[in-house]
Design a protein around this ligand. Sequence first.
Ligand code: BTN
Length: 263
Amino acid sequence: MKAIPDNFQLLTFNFQLSTFNLINMIIHRYKSVTSTNDVLKGMAEKGAPEWTAVVAEQQTGGRGREGRSWYSPPGSLYLSVLLKPAILPMELQRMPVIVSYALAEFLMQEGGDFSLKWPNDILLNRRKVAGVLLEARTQGEDVHYIVAGIGINISFGQNSLPADLRDRVAALEEIIGDWSIDSMLKRIHSSLKIHYCSFRDEAWENIREKWSSYADWNTLVFFRKGSREVAGYPQSLSDDGSLILRTSEGVIVVHSGDIITGY
Ligand code: BTN
């Protein structure tokens, strides 16, 4: 039998979403990992079921989008959730919108000036408070699984933020003093469960509309295209989850990459 590492604990939450829905999420909780996404991917490759999750108190190699690192000291939430939706690879582009909306919806219940920035950033007072890194394993027309990595800045406590992040990031402690990680996990889970099947038809239209109502359409943004930056105003979210930008060079569709705001 394999020894269980010291920093490993297996928790199973069984709780009621409503009077008739029972939710199960198996959460592997760690003190420290390189990246919760990497740990969960290992589990997914070994056949872990949907809704398996990995949460860590800190990450030593937290990863963000576009090859960036994600500052991950103790005090914030680092979570990865395994999803196996019946989805085509071409529908994957909708997932960041869906997952970020699910997160934002639960955060917004706390009040505070939250907004969304394409594709999957959640801002508090116009500074980034949460990010999502989705990594999928696909083969031909099949999506085997998606690892949805979620980082929420809760408190930076004694850890002074690196200088380059100071003006750009926010933490939930700015609006709320007392967050319990366990209740946050339950609420993320139920919000994800409600929304994550919204990649089809009517439900997608609904989420696209809701997402759009929280996005900032009036700020000039810059889109990096190779070595150039193109300035423009976001116009709408396209049917496949891409961003339509109105620029001086005409309307362009941004499928991936970074949108940079002045704030
Ligand atoms: C981004 O906005 O660039 C995405 C950040 C995603 C960070 C989370 S923290 C949990 C999970 N593990 C990682 O290494 N990254 C994601």
